[in-house]
Design a protein around this ligand. Structure first.
Ligand code: SF4
Ligand code: SF4
Length: 404
């Protein structure tokens, strides 16, 4: 996806960005209109229609079929439209004309489905098997991204409360943090158990942490939760802390990576469309530039400037058109580079042949599609410029749909 010179900027061996200095966080103002996305599989249109023309408050619960949504803003619901996202997932988009915040405080026994930093908080409650170990990530999972590190450093008080939420409300006693050496002094201040990670990509991906630090093997197709381990971002834990003291927090911390790779840390309300953030930061998108939600290795390209900030949007990366290398429709030339670089020994050259032809089940059975930990390194090294990572993500998504 990226020209190789890009990596010369961050030295070979792909080191994660780490925070050595204090950082300031730029607050993005509320937009005129917010957009909330709801996956079509989780909601019936009739459930949403009733809200058109109605005013909803910040913190108001909107009950839906599979889930519930807590409104992150106050305003009038203008309309519902259709939205197609990454991998062609279909959503309903709720458009809200924003008014000044009027806040409905959370009731004592309510657990929201999502908080900034975590899409599915219910995972901690009643999951089968029960979660007995929470690992809090004070590290980030893509290059150039430092959102979790900023939250860990700047929100220690909230994180302390978040730990109480996890132990008291979710009844999980075993909590440990994962961090780079630069942040040890903050962990000592927290008096928490922690593991130090070498800041070499892709060490911070959860499945590698389970293997390298917990010394457990996760079978193909299983997730850490299936072994009783939940990975939580430090931002999620900070927001659990805010919630635990009876308040809402709907601001998402984001690492904004501009075309020249300069970094700005921002804070924006969930539902803020990307065009509003760009205009606040004075950034113009030219023809051919790419907007990516996430970092350079694992991010997802978005195609509409109306796309809103979601609960797990940790980074926004604007890629200059001159830096983009197009994918090709060349077939694999069996150079073996992807196999050498894969941290979990997936035979990527064989896998890609099946994925290109839509043979997802065969790809899982024969060539370990579900063992992939989604680092994106195979795509980066592919000489034939095959969109390997995109094929893998599509294959996994299609398999999960078949499972449902
Ligand atoms: S993305 Fe590619 S290199 Fe990374 S784990 Fe998956 S198959 Fe291996
Ligand atoms: S790097 Fe690309 S061309 Fe080389 S073996 Fe892997 S998929 Fe084939």
């Amino acid at each position: 996806m990226f020209k190789r010179p890009f990596f010369k900027l961050i030295k070979p061996r792909f080191r994660y960005a780490s925070l050595k200095d204090e950082v300031s966080v730029t607050e993005i103002s509320l937009p005129d209109k917010a957009i909330l996305l709801l996956e079509k599989s989780e909601v019936r249109p009739s459930e949403l229609q009733g809200y058109i023309g109605k005013r909803i408050k910040t913190g108001q619960i909107i009950n839906l079929r599979e889930t519930d949504l807590v409104s992150p803003v106050t305003g009038v619901v203008l309309k519902i439209s259709q939205y197609t996202g990454y991998l062609n997932v279909s959503y309903y988009a709720l458009h809200i004309q924003i008014e000044e915040d009027e806040i409905e405080a959370p009731s004592e026994d309510y657990i929201p489905y999502s908080l900034p930093g975590i899409k599915n908080l219910k995972l901690l409650f009643g999951f089968n098997p029960p979660i007995n170990h929470a690992i809090v990530m004070a590290v980030d999972t893509d290059l150039l991204v430092t959102t979790n590190q900023v939250c860990f450093k700047n929100r220690l008080d909230h994180i302390k409360n978040g730990i109480s939420f996890i132990t008291q409300r979710a009844k999980i006693g075993n909590i440990s943090f994962v961090l780079f050496p630069e942040l040890i002094k903050y962990a000592e201040e927290l008096e928490c158990k922690y593991h130090i990670l070498k800041s070499i990509y892709p060490n911070s991906l959860p499945k590698l942490i389970v293997k390298d630090i917990l010394k457990k093997h996760i079978p193909a197709g299983k997730e850490p939760e299936d072994m009783g381990v939940a990975f939580l971002s430090s931002e999620a834990v900070a927001n659990m802390g805010v919630f635990y003291r009876g308040e809402w927090s709907f601001d998402k911390f984001i690492t904004f990576i501009d075309k020249d790779y300069s970094i700005t840390h921002i804070k924006a309300r969930i539902g803020t469309p990307i065009h509003h953030i760009l205009s606040q930061l004075g950034i113009e998108i030219e023809q051919g530039d790419r907007i990516i939600f996430g970092g350079p290795m694992r991010g997802k390209t978005i195609y509409s400037l109306d796309t809103p900030i979601d609960y797990e949007t940790d980074a926004i990366f604007i890629q200059d058109s001159s830096e983009i290398i197009s994918y090709s429709d060349t077939h694999c030339i069996n150079c073996g580079e992807c196999i050498k670089v894969c941290p979990v020994n997936v035979p990527v050259n064989m896998l890609v042949r099946l994925l290109e032809n839509g043979l997802f089940e065969e790809a899982a059975k024969q060539y370990g599609l579900l063992s992939c930990i989604e680092c994106g390194l195979c795509s980066y090294v592919c000489i034939a410029r095959i969109p390997v990572f995109q094929y893998i993500m599509l294959g996994k998504y299609e398999l999960s749909k078949m499972g449902e």
